[in-house]
Write a protein that binds this ligand. Structure first.
Ligand code: KIV
Ligand code: ZN
Length: 389
């Protein structure tokens, strides 16, 4: 069976930019949008146009430079929001309005002081308003993760009948377990009669560290789009990380999916976002962290040097991370030490390395990491000592 394409909807410029301290100006947003298009994302959520004049103009400027990807603007289920989003998107080659409303009882009662029937009508109404401006309308059922499945299915059926082309099922609070999120998507696939008229989208938050697992469970159950951000940036604990879902799909070919993302650009893209948003990436972050391809313990280093596949499932060059790193610490072994000496141009016998290893351990116990200068010094002192014997 041919593989199924999973659309990548990037929301770094909207959900990602909601992170305190990550605010971007228009020039920075345009630069990131161009890089995202080049990376191969299918949809760029450029902002929330009604939220501020600055965001409106960023969305508009982005639509003028983006040639292939869809450009999307967020709105609430409010007529004015939708009109402003449509205006901001008017130069887009492929405009998409993303509109919706909270569907869980928490949202219906506490946020809207309303009832399920009223919310269903408002959901249908916002899609109809958006349809007056664009063909491509994505509906989000906010807090779908905690929404009763039967009611959610009724809402989704009604918004598709009103013209929604994509139906977004956000786990807004990051509450679902992967099997629950997968079952929710499967429930919609099996219980919404017109579901074949729309693409189901996964939008997962990472409050329990499950956003990537939940998104993958969603596509396995039948969703066709994943909403994600570079470096997993986003509200609170963040959103699904783009680089993670893309590499899960790539590494697990047997799932039967593919994306259009150019994997070699993942690390450069991650750095660009981190620098522009002034938001460092945690060193142990999958795919793009500085330690993602670093080996430091003796057992791992020895195995890795014999065959990289023993301790690496991804070639770092495949994701634009350069070469794997052998980090020398007090936990490293002789084979890593000999390897690094060789790289620095010092050829030592096994006996030499045995002696040098003891000296290396003394330095390593004092320092976190032994660097090339330390090794050159060790080598020089050893060679000098040998020449006097
Ligand atoms: O998390 C969420 O529910 C959202 C929606 C606005 C799509 O970001
Ligand atoms: Zn979100």
């Amino acid at each position: 069976m041919p593989h199924k394409k999973i659309d990548i909807f990037d929301t770094t410029l909207r959900d990602g930019e909601q992170v305190p301290g990550c605010k971007l100006n228009s020039k920075e947003k345009i630069e990131l949008a161009l890089a995202l298009e080049d990376l191969g994302v299918d949809i760029i959520e450029a902002g929330f146009p009604i939220s501020s004049p600055g965001d409106f103009s960023s969305v508009r400027e982005i639509t003028k430079v983006i040639k292939h990807a869809s450009v999307c603007g967020l709105s609430r289920a409010v007529q004015k929001d939708i009109e402003v989003a449509a205006d901001a998107l008017k130069y887009a080659v492929r405009p998409r309005i993303h509109t919706g409303i909270g569907t869980s009882d928490f949202h219906i009662k506490s946020k809207f002081n309303s009832n399920r029937e009223d919310i269903l009508q408002r959901a249908v109404q916002c899609v109809k308003w958006a349809k007056n401006f664009v063909d491509d309308v994505e509906f989000y059922a906010e807090d779908a993760g905690r929404t009763d499945n039967d009611y959610l299915a009724r809402v989704i059926e009604a918004v598709i009948a009103a013209g929604a082309t994509v139906v977004n099922i956000p786990d807004t609070t990051g509450y679902c377990l992967p099997h629950q999120y997968g079952e929710k998507i499967a429930y919609l696939v099996n219980n919404v009669p017109n579901i074949d008229k729309a693409v189901i989208s996964c939008h997962c938050h990472n409050d329990l560290g499950l956003a990537t697992a939940n998104s993958i469970a969603g596509v396995i159950a039948g969703a066709g789009q994943i909403e994600c951000t570079i470096n997993g940036l986003g509200e609170r604990a963040g959103n699904t990380s783009l680089e993670e879902v893309v590499m899960v799909i790539k590494q697990h070919h047997s799932l039967g999916f593919y994306t259009n993302i150019k994997a070699q650009q993942l690390n450069p893209m991650s750095r660009l976002v981190s620098d522009t948003m002034r938001m460092p990436v945690q060193p142990n972050k999958a795919i793009v962290g500085s330690n993602a391809f670093a080996h430091s313990s003796g057992i791992h280093q020895d195995g890795f040097l014999k065959d990289s596949l023993t301790y690496e499932i991804i070639n770092p060059e495949e994701v634009g991370a350069g070469e794997s790193k052998i980090v020398l610490t007090a936990r490293s072994g002789r084979s890593a030490l000999a390897h690094r000496f060789r790289k620095l141009g010092h050829e030592f016998t096994r006996n030499d390395v045995d002696v040098l290893y003891q000296q290396f351990l003394q330095v390593a116990d004092k320092k976190k990491e032994v660097n090339d200068d330390d090794l050159n010094e060790l080598a020089k002192a050893y060679q000098l000592q040998e020449s006097h014997v």
